[in-house]
Write a protein that binds this ligand. Structure first.
Ligand SMILES: *Cc1c(COP(=O)(O)O)cnc(C)c1O
Length: 381
């Protein structure tokens, strides 16, 4: 069954086409070239961080962990409410994830459960082996970073901000992706902007960025022949994809404004149906989300099963989704420790993501809203 209206499909404009033509004409199609340099410069201007464009957000996460000195057998604390890519980056280098629950407002990492984990590791004398904390800005909403960094600073644990979903979001006036020691965006096909597949690592120093680029391009030492003194990867983005992404990056503010309108259209619908309080949105008083997905937690008392709503939308050719299923509930990660109280689990049980594609036509958007109205009248009223 294929969808007429997707959850959050790519939305390209002529500027990407323009840069793409330029990249092809220049014959720079390798993972080196002027579009990579130009987009990294654009990112530096907007975020103040030294950017390293990569083949994926996952690759950028792995490079970040390596930069922080993470090795096999080390521990990395991470949010359990996330995409599996966050945890796989830890496991790919042989480190051990420790999964931390969400807090109920932002749905992001809970400082309270983080504190519990830190205290346990401290008591056991294992804190030195905790090389990083990965904080995720889920669905584009920044985490409550101040509460979190107050804790990690006291214990010297660096923060890696997985802002894969949060391009264009802000927290206390700072761009998401710059809230930790290192940050990551993803430009995968369904993210707010895309280059078809790619990511970026955001570094505080030029030296960090240079080391990451070196490791990401097979760690070639300066020599007239292929000489290697470190283990490298093929993690660098192609100049062709950078052309597409550079065009997309110019549109971020426009995309966020449209995503916000779409989110508000759902709120208006709930309001008109008398269901305003039945759908709970993410909340962080100090943040501006990019509304990557239009996400709501259905209040338990309403007795509406998100899967049933999703199935009915699917019959109408409209794609909606459940929330990320928490990592500590996934079979493949069941061996790893978890600190929490089932907040992420309850979000999974009650959460729903509605279509938020910025390229939706007015007709498509109206079709989503009218379909949802019919379904909700049947399910909830
Ligand atoms: C998409 C995503 C990633 C991975 O990015 P890729 O570019 O798909 O590798 C990592 N973390 C989160 C939270 C994501 O949503």
């Amino acid at each position: 069954m294929s969808f007429k209206i997707f959850l959050s499909p790519p939305h390209l404009e002529a500027n990407s086409q323009h840069y793409l033509n330029e990249a092809i004409a220049s014959n720079w199609i390798a993972p080196i070239g002027p579009m990579l340099d130009a987009w990294e410069q654009d990112i530096l201007i907007v975020t103040g961080r030294h950017a390293v464009l990569t083949t994926s957000g996952s690759a950028a996460l792995e490079l970040a962990l390596l930069l922080l000195g993470t090795q096999a057998g080390d521990y990395v604390f991470a949010a359990t409410h996330t995409c599996n890519a966050t945890i796989n980056a830890i496991l790919h280098i042989g480190a051990i994830p420790v999964l931390i629950d969400s807090e109920p407002e932002s749905w992001n990492l809970s400082a309270e459960f983080l504190k519990e984990a830190i205290h346990d590791f401290d008591k056991a004398g294992n804190l030195k082996r905790v090389k990083a904390l990965i904080v995720v800005d889920i669905y584009g909403m920044p985490a409550k970073m101040e509460e979190i960094s107050n804790l990690t600073e006291a214990y010297n644990i660096p923060i890696l901000e997985d802002a894969a979903e949060a391009v264009g979001s802000e927290y206390r006036g700072k761009k998401a992706g710059t809230l930790g020691d290192l940050g990551v965006y993803s430009f995968n096909g369904n993210k707010i902007i895309t280059c078809g597949g790619g990511g970026v690592l955001l570094c505080k120093t030029k030296e960090q960025a240079e080391w990451a680029k070196f490791i990401a391009t097979q760690a070639k030492d300066k020599a007239d022949w292929y000489q290697h003194s470190e283990i490298g990867y093929t993690y660098r983005m192609s100049n062709i994809l950078a052309a597409i992404g550079r065009g997309q990056y110019e549109l971020v503010e426009k995309r966020v404004a449209r995503k916000k309108e779409i989110h508000e259209s759902y709120l208006s619908l709930f309001h008109s149906l008398g269901l305003k309080d039945a759908f709970i949105a993410q909340k962080n008083d100090h943040a501006k989300t990019n509304y990557w997905l239009s996400v709501f937690q259905i209040r338990k008392e309403l007795n509406v099963d998100p899967q049933s709503v999703i199935n009915q939308l699917k019959q109408r050719g409209i794609e909606a989704r459940r929330f990320w299923k928490p990592m500590h509930l996934q079979l493949v990660y069941r061996a790893y420790s978890y600190y929490g109280d089932n907040v992420a689990e309850s979000l999974f049980n009650l959460g729903i993501c509605f279509p938020s594609g910025t390229g939706m036509t007015t007709n498509e958007h109206n079709e989503v809203l009218s379909s949802l109205e019919i379904i909700l009248k049947d399910e909830a009223l």
